[in-house]
Write a protein that binds this ligand. Structure first.
Ligand SMILES: C[S@@+](CC[C@H](N)C(=O)[O-])C[C@H]1O[C@@H](n2cnc3c(N)ncnc32)[C@H](O)[C@@H]1O
Length: 279
């Protein structure tokens, strides 16, 4: 158990027991946390990361570029599009610049529901959110959007008759083709009212040998799931939606923040990002 997990275990009593979490097998949530420089990871996660970093040293920069886009997307959705409700599916572990922090810094009334299939996210999320009435975290699976939207916590915080945004940051890429990622995206879009938004970012295969290598290592690991996919294919996640300018583009080209330029990030070509609006 990491030092932070020890601390959490001593400060909370009603979380899913961290003792039940399989620390021997790397988990996507904790691997991503390690790549971002977080604290919630175990030796198995660090070993999986090291294999990726040894092959492609830019791997942590890929995670950081992903996270930077998530922040800019939330700033756009809340600050410019006026969104007041967010469902963040595949939210990951708490990290610097959490979605609710970015959103509520702009508008403290914004409601956020974090959703992740990994129960460790619930454990750490609850500890972080204990004093925040507008934000909650649930354990649920992207592959079952109906279960997510019928969850009592989603009913409590999200009025689905009013515009809301669904964030799919770095998560669609973990669905296998047999799990029907395009059908899942369509079922989520169908839940959006007019004026609602869907955000997606994921690893793209720009013909870059680094992408092929990372894809191979990831698939051969215990986390094994499809990862990199062609850009044209990922456009299908936005079927029936109007893409917000500049479209589905390399993440650093999506409304870059002049105060935090990411354009010289050498991992950028491997990541694409976009936001669609329901007409
Ligand atoms: C790469 S992290 C992305 C975190 C965050 N969305 C971001 O972009 O910064 C992917 C997260 O998706 C979660 N995840 C993977 N497959 C999922 C599924 N089928 N349903 C829900 N969450 C899933 C993982 O547990 C992990 O926490």
């Amino acid at each position: 158990m990491t030092e932070s997990a020890d601390q959490l275990a001593s400060t909370t009593s009603d979380e899913p027991a961290l003792a039940d979490i399989d620390t021997e097998t790397p988990a996507i949530s904790r691997v991503y946390d390690y790549l971002l420089g977080g604290k919630h990871h175990y030796a198995s996660d660090r070993a999986a990361c090291q294999a990726m970093i040894d092959a492609v040293p830019e791997t942590p920069l890929l995670a950081k570029a992903n996270r930077a886009f998530v922040r800019r997307a939330v700033q756009y959705l809340v600050g410019e599009a006026g969104i007041k409700q967010i469902v963040d599916i595949g939210s990951g572990l708490p990290a610097t610049g959490n979605v609710h922090e970015v959103a509520q810094e702009i508008d403290p009334t914004v409601c956020v529901v974090y959703v992740d299939k990994d129960p460790i996210v619930l454990a750490y999320g609850r500890a972080l959110l204990s004093n925040n009435d507008n934000t909650t975290v649930i354990t649920a699976d992207l592959r079952d959007p109906d279960a997510i939207f019928e969850h009592p916590e989603v009913h409590r915080l999200i009025d689905t008759s009013e515009p809301f945004a669904v964030l799919l940051g770095g998560v669609m890429m973990h669905l296998e083709y047999e799990e029907d990622p395009f059908g899942v995206a369509a079922r989520i879009s169908a839940r959006l009212p007019s004026g609602g938004y869907l955000m997606h970012c994921g690893c793209a295969d720009p013909g870059d040998p680094r992408a092929l290598e990372l894809n191979r290592i990831f698939n051969e690991s215990a986390m094994g799931s499809r990862c990199f996919a062609p850009v044209d294919e990922q456009l299908r996640f936005f079927d029936g939606l109007d893409l917000v300018a500049p479209g589905l583009v390399p993440a650093n080209a999506w409304r870059p923040n002049p105060d935090f330029p990411d354009s010289d990030n050498p991992a950028q070509p491997m990541l694409i990002a976009g936001i669609g609006r329901k007409p």
